[in-house]
Design a protein around this ligand. Structure first.
Ligand code: CTP
Ligand code: CA
Length: 239
């Protein structure tokens, strides 16, 4: 019965969630893409729905179907996703950017299929920077000030690998500061970790200095941990 009010810690809240991976076309048949399956985004949507929220789901390319019961929009490229996410973040309480956005796109799109040339010259693909959707939204929100309607709680996802210089969490902390969002879910990735798998291990970092929260398990379990942190953050800020 649609007249029944939603119950749960996120009842009455609107949560926008981006999911999947963008594709940047080279020609009509080829693209640069990534291995994001969209599964974490679907798990986040289901956890948000279960907690009573309304969900605006912005799907890039996914290996799995979009969840039922959401307001769905779709996007292919990073620039299309930017438009759809910005629209969905308007009037939302929370934006969760779980989509894997291509940092670069081919500088030139060929409107007919690229052919092997007869001179055996190896083609060179020049890449140019895509907009940073999350960082741009944070800046736009700040410039709109008190009267603005962009989501007051923005959550980023960061897939990181540690190296000799810094640990996964050190990279996460500096990314959180650089992006300016309220929360960052830091995910350790590697050849056999995370992408396309069902097991996950994350640390949730908070810009307000709250203690980091660790969560591990299935993508559903990680999603519940993220939405619990979101509900907690909303209740402490009183929004
Ligand atoms: N993101 C975005 N727009 C981009 C790239 C990333 O909105 N052009 C978002 C992602 O959806 C994610 C967060 O930013 O929520 C972090 O993505 P990540 O790729 O880890 O960050 P980058 O700033 O692109 O840093 P890196 O050079 O490590 O890829
Ligand atoms: Ca990136």
């Amino acid at each position: 019965d649609s007249a029944v009010e939603a119950q749960g810690p996120l009842a009455g809240k609107i949560i926008a969630i981006s999911a999947g991976g963008t594709r940047e076309p080279l020609d009509p048949v080829r693209f640069l893409g990534n291995r994001s399956s969209g599964r974490q985004g679907v798990a986040l949507a289901n956890a948000a729905l279960a907690a009573g929220a309304s969900v605006r789901f912005i799907a890039a390319h996914m290996d799995v179907p979009a969840p039922a019961g959401v307001e769905l929009s779709t996007a292919s490229t990073a620039r299309q996703l930017q438009g759809a996410v910005t629209e969905a973040a308007r009037g939302a309480d929370v934006l969760i950017m779980s989509a894997a956005v291509a940092d670069f796109r081919p500088g030139e799109y060929q409107d007919s299929k690229i052919k092997k040339s007869d001179d055996h010259a190896d083609p060179v693909i020049t890449l140019i920077r895509n907009p940073d959707i999350l960082a741009t939204l944070v800046k736009q929100r700040a410039s709109e000030g008190e009267a603005g309607t962009l989501a007051p709680l923005i959550v980023g996802f960061a897939a990181e690998t540690g190296d000799a210089e810094s640990s996964v969490l050190e990279y996460g902390a500096s990314k959180l500061a650089r992006k300016g969002c309220e929360m960052l879910v830091v995910n350790e990735v590697g050849e056999n970790l995370t992408f396309g798998t069902t097991q996950n291990s994350v640390t949730i970092l908070f810009a307000d200095g709250a203690q980091p929260v660790a969560a591990a398990g299935s993508k559903d379990e990680v999603a519940v941990a993220v939405l619990t942190a979101v509900a907690q953050a909303l209740s402490t800020t009183g929004t």
